[in-house]
Design a protein around this ligand. Structure first.
Ligand code: SF4
Ligand code: SF4
Length: 703
């Protein structure tokens, strides 16, 4: 194997080392400026500067790094310590299982776009212009999503048809787009480059329609559809240009068939269709939070308490002309009993509805109740315009909506005047929070917690935003206005296009492998993996290489040591600990995304920590195994430090919490071994917290 030492232009000075005949030593003054070739399968240790800087120079090679610059020479620590770390890293590398290249074949160059709102349509349009085949899947009978139910777009206020209808026309006439309306995703199988998606095409009940509307006139069933009344057979002004039957409401009385026997089929059956795609784009938009849960506002109890969509549709179809309207912002948002987060667009939506009603009915009194109004950028003009129109803004969140003498009454304390107000209203509009379409993410096997923003890991394969070639566009990831949605859709279109340009995708990121001889199929690894990267197939554990992010959390949790992370196996870490640990040392396992960076910051800030610390860069604090901690203590280490990301900042979702749980059990174990529990510490250390790192090490030396 090779040991490459970079002298960092004279800063690093390592005398000759005797590492045995199987280690070839090379030296460079400035490695980062040299063309150094590393062959596939070759094992190399590089002693030089920061691995965060150096690993990008050798992206596919099996290289281990020793940070001589930051951890030894800028710290004024001894050459003996440097030699110990180099030897330990060489031993680690020697016992390593090697780093395999993973190759994903892009068998299908097409994309499934789920959802046909602004994001889905724009993304489809952009990709088809680049010559790509798209399957556009919409669960409703018509294209357009929620936006097609609106009168005007958020937040600009232009009619939705200005933006959406041209997109629909463009998509519909493009031969590269296959459109499935009234269609649900049943099952998704496969991996990046080769997905098999099973679709359920629900019966529409109407074929080859000429839009005469005779059926609507005879249909006896009326349906409340987000503030509008329609029949069980209906159409909207998008695509396809034919009617559809809402079979959830239809009682199959047959009246429509009598007036149109050739085109209506009440007994049509669903079809199961299978498509094959290389990538998937989730453009399912957002869902309204269930406002009935906000019991104090009477949604679902009082007919004139409505959400913004229902209000907008009632106002614009002319069926409702209110005299006093109260709009309530943050209904069910920024509230620990409901959605703890701000849904970002609800203040704007309230302003948009206030403008819409005062456009149509200038005499209507409008009150907007908000804890604080959030309208960024130029959209502040909404607020100014509405004040000029006489809209009253009340700082405060109403405590209750009740009914008195047939009228609605809103109780709110105005925090500016400290007055308790009771406002009579004939309409109360709740501008509530939003949640993501969790059902679709579940079908995709992507874990989300049901809140916005939808958080997932980025980029193990370059421009892929989610593992597996699955992309999220528009409000499916976070509530957004139309402009932002289009920007986001184009960004995803670009990433998908770039990905599909390749016939294969290669990755050398470490992943885990399971040794079947040791594995008892206890499923512990499945329960801890944050990415659903582990399943069972034919009664055996299967790791999905396109999903595994290499966090190592499963490997450290495996009771049988069957699960092994490349470059971080039990044997490798054990050899590193065994070779370098001396009595009195502090052994530090530091997460490469946070605590390890603090040691680099310490070097540049000249924050000197004691020499007796030996640092191993680990993928995640959750990847550190208890055995290695006990091994270090048995070898005489004064203490063991595990450094991880702060809560909610873990690069691997909740790896740091796994470390926290393990720390508690470990402390009890070492106490049983007769050792002080304080000899093991788990600390959250941010990348710039050099001083915190220094003080922890000093404290550990005192204890
Ligand atoms: S935790 Fe280990 S033993 Fe259990 S199923 Fe996973 S790999 Fe197998
Ligand atoms: S290493 Fe992490 S991402 Fe990969 S399978 Fe294990 S727990 Fe899942």
């Amino acid at each position: 194997m090779r040991l490459i030492i970079c002298h960092c232009n004279g800063l690093i000075n390592i005398p000759d080392l005797d590492l045995g005949p199987d280690v070839k030593i090379e030296r460079y003054d400035d490695l980062c400026k040299q063309e150094v070739k590393i062959d596939p399968g070759e094992k190399v240790v590089i002693g030089g500067c920061s691995p965060s800087l150096m690993e990008g120079l050798f992206p596919d090679a099996d290289v281990e790094f020793v940070n001589l610059k930051d951890h030894i020479f800028l710290m004024n620590h001894s050459v003996e310590k440097a030699q110990s770390l180099l030897k330990a890293t060489i031993e680690k590398s020697k016992s390593g299982m090697g780093l395999k290249k993973k190759i994903f074949t892009i068998r299908s160059k097409s994309t499934a776009v789920i959802g046909s709102g602004v994001a889905g349509l724009d993304l489809t349009n952009a990709l088809t212009k680049a010559g790509r085949k798209i399957y556009l899947i919409e669960k409703e009978p018509f294209l357009g999503g929620t936006v097609a139910k609106l009168d005007r777009l958020y937040p600009e206020g232009t009619p939705w048809s200005h933006t959406v209808l041209p997109l629909i026309s463009s998509v519909v006439k493009n031969r590269n787009v296959e459109i499935f309306t009234n269609t649900e995703i049943m099952e998704i199988k496969g991996e990046l480059g080769d997905y098999k998606i099973q679709l359920k095409n629900k019966p529409r009940g109407v074929v080859d329609c000429n839009n005469c509307g005779a059926c609507v006139a005879v249909c006896p069933i009326t349906v409340q559809d987000n503030g509008r009344i329609r029949k069980a057979i209906y159409t909207i002004n998008t695509y396809p240009y034919i009617y559809a039957i809402d079979f959830n409401s239809c009682n199959k009385c047959g009246e429509c068939v009598k007036v149109c026997p050739k085109k209506i089929d009440l007994n049509e059956i669903e079809k199961i269709i299978e498509i094959n795609t290389g990538t998937i784009a989730v453009a399912t938009g957002l869902k309204f939070y269930d406002l009935e849960k906000v019991e104090e506002y009477g949604y679902g109890k009082y007919p004139n308490v409505m959400n913004v969509l229902e209000f907008e549709r009632k106002i614009t179809d002319g069926s409702f002309a209110p005299r006093n309207v109260v709009l309530i912002c943050c209904a069910g948002s920024r509230d620990n009993n409901h959605l703890p987060y701000c849904s970002r667009i609800c203040c704007f939506l309230a302003l948009k509805e206030a403008k819409l009603v005062t456009d149509r009915y200038p005499e209507t009194r409008v009150f907007v109740c908000a804890m604080d109004m959030r309208s960024y950028g130029n959209f502040e003009y909404f607020y100014a315009t509405l004040r000029e129109r006489g809209v009253s803004f009340i700082k405060g969140k109403p405590s209750e909506v009740m009914q008195r003498d047939g009228n609605l009454v809103v109780r709110v304390e105005d925090l500016y005047t400290n007055e308790l107000l009771e406002i009579d209203a004939d309409a109360v509009v709740l501008s509530g929070g939003f949640v993501p379409d969790k059902e679709t993410f579940d079908k995709l096997g992507v874990k989300i917690d049901g809140n916005f923003p939808v958080i997932f890991e980025s980029g193990k394969l370059g421009n892929i935003e989610m593992p597996r070639g699955i992309f999220v566009a528009g409000s499916a990831s976070f509530p957004a206005g139309v402009f932002e949605t289009i920007v986001d859709a184009r960004k995803s279109a670009f990433s998908i296009f770039s990905l599909l340009q390749n016939d294969t995708i290669e990755s050398s990121q470490p992943i885990v492998y399971v040794n079947e001889d040791y594995c008892s199929v206890c499923k512990t690894c499945i329960s801890v993996c944050p990415y659903n990267a582990i399943t069972i197939e034919n009664d055996k554990i299967k790791i999905h290489p396109d999903l595994c992010m290499g966090c190592g959390i499963c490997a450290s949790a495996c009771p049988a040591a069957a699960s092994r992370l490349e470059k971080f196996t039990v044997r490798e870490i054990s050899d590193w600990v065994k070779t370098t640990t001396k009595p009195g040392d502090i052994i530090a396992f530091l997460c490469k995304w946070s605590a390890y960076n603090a040691t680099e910051t310490a070097a540049y800030m000249k924050v000197q920590y004691p020499e007796n610390i030996k640092i191993l860069r680990v993928p995640c604090s959750g990847a550190v195994e208890p055995n290695h901690i006990i091994q270090a203590l048995n070898l005489g280490a004064r203490g063991v430090l595990i450094g991880g990301c702060y809560p909610d900042a873990c690069h691997y979702v909740k790896g740091n919490f796994k470390a926290r749980t393990r720390e508690k059990i470990l402390k009890e174990t070492i106490e049983l071994l007769g050792l002080s529990r304080d000899r093991v510490r788990l600390e959250w250390i941010g990348k710039d917290e050099a001083k915190k790192f220094e003080s922890i090490i000093k404290e550990m030396n005192k204890g």
